[in-house]
Ligand binder design. Structure first.
Ligand SMILES: [Ca+2]
Ligand SMILES: [Ca+2]
Length: 90
Protein backbone atom coordinates (compact mmCIF):
# COMPACT_ATOMS: atom_id res chain seq x y z
CA UNK A 1 0.00 0.00 0.00
CA UNK A 2 2.84 2.33 0.90
CA UNK A 3 4.63 1.51 -2.33
CA UNK A 4 1.52 2.23 -4.37
CA UNK A 5 1.19 5.65 -2.74
CA UNK A 6 4.81 6.40 -3.55
CA UNK A 7 4.30 5.37 -7.16
CA UNK A 8 1.36 7.73 -7.34
CA UNK A 9 3.48 10.55 -5.98
CA UNK A 10 6.22 9.86 -8.51
CA UNK A 11 3.68 9.74 -11.33
CA UNK A 12 2.23 13.07 -10.20
CA UNK A 13 5.69 14.59 -10.02
CA UNK A 14 6.45 13.40 -13.54
CA UNK A 15 3.14 14.79 -14.76
CA UNK A 16 3.73 18.21 -13.22
CA UNK A 17 7.26 18.25 -14.62
CA UNK A 18 5.85 17.54 -18.08
CA UNK A 19 3.29 20.30 -17.60
CA UNK A 20 6.04 22.74 -16.61
CA UNK A 21 8.04 21.77 -19.70
CA UNK A 22 4.98 22.50 -21.83
CA UNK A 23 4.64 25.91 -20.18
CA UNK A 24 8.27 26.57 -21.01
CA UNK A 25 7.62 25.88 -24.68
CA UNK A 26 4.69 28.29 -24.65
CA UNK A 27 6.86 30.96 -23.09
CA UNK A 28 9.44 30.38 -25.81
CA UNK A 29 6.72 30.90 -28.43
CA UNK A 30 5.70 34.15 -26.75
CA UNK A 31 9.31 35.32 -26.76
CA UNK A 32 9.57 34.54 -30.47
CA UNK A 33 6.46 36.61 -31.13
CA UNK A 34 7.83 39.47 -29.05
CA UNK A 35 10.92 39.47 -31.27
CA UNK A 36 8.83 40.68 -34.21
CA UNK A 37 9.07 44.42 -34.85
CA UNK A 38 6.63 46.37 -32.72
CA UNK A 39 3.89 48.30 -34.46
CA UNK A 40 4.11 52.06 -34.85
CA UNK A 41 1.18 52.51 -32.48
CA UNK A 42 2.80 50.26 -29.87
CA UNK A 43 6.10 52.14 -30.00
CA UNK A 44 4.53 55.61 -29.93
CA UNK A 45 4.20 55.54 -26.15
CA UNK A 46 3.14 59.18 -25.74
CA UNK A 47 0.80 59.05 -28.77
CA UNK A 48 2.18 62.20 -30.39
CA UNK A 49 2.13 60.54 -33.79
CA UNK A 50 5.87 60.01 -34.05
CA UNK A 51 8.38 57.61 -32.54
CA UNK A 52 11.36 59.15 -30.78
CA UNK A 53 14.66 57.34 -30.37
CA UNK A 54 13.72 56.82 -26.72
CA UNK A 55 10.46 55.16 -27.74
CA UNK A 56 12.25 53.16 -30.42
CA UNK A 57 14.52 51.72 -27.71
CA UNK A 58 11.68 49.30 -26.93
CA UNK A 59 12.51 47.50 -30.19
CA UNK A 60 16.14 46.76 -31.03
CA UNK A 61 15.42 46.38 -34.75
CA UNK A 62 13.79 49.82 -34.85
CA UNK A 63 16.68 51.31 -32.87
CA UNK A 64 19.19 49.87 -35.34
CA UNK A 65 17.33 51.20 -38.37
CA UNK A 66 16.31 54.49 -36.77
CA UNK A 67 18.80 56.88 -38.33
CA UNK A 68 18.38 55.31 -41.77
CA UNK A 69 14.60 55.48 -41.57
CA UNK A 70 14.54 59.07 -40.28
CA UNK A 71 14.52 60.57 -43.77
CA UNK A 72 14.19 64.19 -42.65
CA UNK A 73 16.64 63.69 -39.76
CA UNK A 74 14.41 65.37 -37.18
CA UNK A 75 15.07 62.69 -34.59
CA UNK A 76 11.61 61.17 -34.89
CA UNK A 77 10.03 58.54 -37.10
CA UNK A 78 6.61 59.51 -38.37
CA UNK A 79 4.21 56.84 -39.63
CA UNK A 80 5.50 57.14 -43.19
CA UNK A 81 9.14 56.87 -42.17
CA UNK A 82 8.35 53.97 -39.86
CA UNK A 83 6.50 52.20 -42.66
CA UNK A 84 9.49 52.67 -44.90
CA UNK A 85 11.68 50.71 -42.48
CA UNK A 86 10.19 47.38 -43.51
CA UNK A 87 10.57 48.19 -47.21
CA UNK A 88 13.61 46.69 -48.93
CA UNK A 89 16.48 49.15 -48.91
CA UNK A 90 17.66 50.05 -52.40
CA1 LIG B 1 5.91 59.47 -29.52
CA1 LIG C 1 11.66 62.02 -39.19
Amino acid sequence: MMIKTLSCAVALTLLSTAAMAADGDQMKDAATQAAKPASFEALDADKDGRVSLTEAAADSAVTEGFSGADKNADGYLDAEEFGGMSEPQS
